[in-house]
Design a protein around this ligand. Structure first.
Ligand code: SAM
Length: 272
């Protein structure tokens, strides 16, 4: 078939549908250039010249073409201590959290899910804050997942070049990172609190146990309202009673019919 320079309207629409159906992400016309450049790059790397052929390979939904497509169309912007009111909340309100959710004290365990964790900055920030501020006899278990296996690999390496948006106070930097040149490596005591897995939030949740806190930040902005609603209902099912859902600052559950109760901006509690 022809070697096209640009995606046709029909081809763009097919890729948008695929991204929406499999990842929940609504690309919209504004993302046409983004998709065009990512697809062209991936096709070049695989010596594929035909968009329709490439689409068929990606549409299989597994294998190397699918994996690298997911890695490149998803947006991974993240930082340590991003939107730090959530971490201040964990630090300052731990007593309130356990009052609302006595399971934590009963089981001497807190289970947190960083559900779109990108390169792990969010999960490691949660781990450092809990390690520092909650009683030491409470076991900390953090599951961190993302649909992109590329970022999960990076997260597991736990090595970072920090930028101006990583606002880490010097005490945490000194205590929980080891510096090698311009690389900051997370200490093992923090790494050991986090388990990373590749997981697509559009899939049924396979978890046996309930979580005490779920972070789902800065990913629902890419989903349309029905997709967000379905996902928030799934989160409700896997939270323990009194458990918390923390969402991104530009996200909101307002004016929708959820069983979650509003605690404060971007923080919701499961209450019956
Ligand atoms: C902008 S980052 C946000 C990272 C972090 N939560 C934060 O707020 O800093 C969004 C992440 O969501 C992931 N993502 C997008 N669609 C997803 C899906 N369907 N399932 C799981 N993760 C997804 C992307 O791969 C990306 O790493």
């Amino acid at each position: 078939m022809e070697n096209q320079k640009k995606l046709s309207d029909r081809q763009f629409e097919k890729f948008c549908q695929l991204v929406k159906n499999r990842l929940g992400i609504s690309l919209g016309a504004a993302k046409r250039d983004h998709l065009q450049s990512k697809v062209s790059k991936l096709m070049r790397e695989s010596n594929i010249t035909c968009y329709d052929k490439y689409y068929e390979l990606v549409n299989i939904g597994r294998g190397t073409h699918w994996t690298s497509f997911v890695d490149y169309v998803t947006i991974h912007k993240t930082n340590f201590f991003r939107e730090d009111n959530h971490f201040n909340f964990l630090r300052d309100k731990f007593k309130n959290i356990v009052n609302l959710n006595p399971r934590i004290i009963r089981n001497k365990e807190i289970k947190v899910w960083s559900s779109a964790c990108s390169t792990g900055d969010e999960a490691y920030t949660i781990a450092m804050v809990l390690k520092e501020y909650i009683p030491p006899d409470i076991r900390i278990k953090i599951l961190a997942t993302d649909v992109s296996s590329l970022v999960i690999k990076e997260a597991q390496q736990a090595q970072y070049v920090l930028d101006s948006e990583d606002i880490i106070n010097p005490y945490f930097l000194q205590k929980y990172f080891n510096k090698f040149g311009n690389i900051y490596k997370i200490t093992d005591e923090i790494i050991n609190l986090v388990t990373f897995r590749t997981f697509n939030l559009m899939h049924p949740f396979p978890f046996r146990d309930n979580f005490d806190i779920i972070f789902c930040r800065n990913v629902m902005i890419y989903f349309d309202i029905p997709t967000q609603e379905k996902l928030v209902r799934k989160f409700y099912e896997v939270l323990t009673p009194g458990g918390l859902l923390l969402i991104g600052h530009s996200e909101s559950l307002n004016q929708r019919q959820y069983k979650f109760k509003y605690l404060q901006p971007t923080i919701y509690i499961k209450s019956d």
